[in-house]
Write a protein of this length. Structure first.
Length: 173
């Protein structure tokens, strides 16, 4: 089972790296767009109408993709005080409970994000000229990755492989 989990971990590691690259590129692109908007507005006395909604849309992508990777790497929020006083077996169980709750949250992101996207699909964003569904696609994509990465964490734990936790050294995949 560990051989199979190692293969899965390699695939999810590549997915996480791709998500981080997309997030990083989005952060840089958003920064460039805002800088262009400031230059056009204050230097050229003109305004680009699509930079602000475009930047907000890009921000959604890097926030939700980056958050999903943070979950895979063990940087999501948790309440760790209890973990300092319980035995190791209980810690593993509590980590699994935590990951299960995160799966539920990710499923909610997918379901409700999809509903929002479907409801907004007929609307056209005026300054961008695209469907309003694009505003909600980062929620769905991030939710899918949150679920996938949380399932991976539980499967790693069940197969006896370590998972990253906040503050611990990085694990090899």
């Amino acid at each position: 089972m560990q051989d199979r989990m190692t293969s899965v971990a390699r695939v999810t590691s590549v997915m996480a790296k791709m998500a981080l690259w997309v997030s990083g590129a989005g952060l840089v692109l958003m920064t460039v767009l805002i800088a262009c908007q400031v230059f056009w507005r204050y230097v050229l006395n003109d305004s680009i109408s699509w930079t602000e909604p475009g930047s907000v849309m890009i921000m959604g992508w890097f926030i939700f993709l980056g958050a999903a990777v943070g979950i895979r790497e063990g940087y999501h929020l948790s309440f760790d005080i209890l973990l300092h006083v319980v035995p190791d077996r209980v810690k593993l169980w509590l980590h699994t409970v935590s990951d299960t709750v995160v799966i539920g949250f990710g499923c909610g992101m997918v379901v409700y994000g999809t509903q929002l996207a479907v409801n907004a699909a007929p609307n056209v964003l005026p300054s961008l000229g695209i469907s309003g569904a694009f505003d909600f696609m980062p929620i769905v994509a991030g939710g899918v990755l949150v679920v996938l990465f949380s399932i991976e964490r539980i499967a790693r734990r069940l197969s006896g492989m370590p998972t990253a936790r906040f503050g611990e050294t990085e694990l090899e995949d």
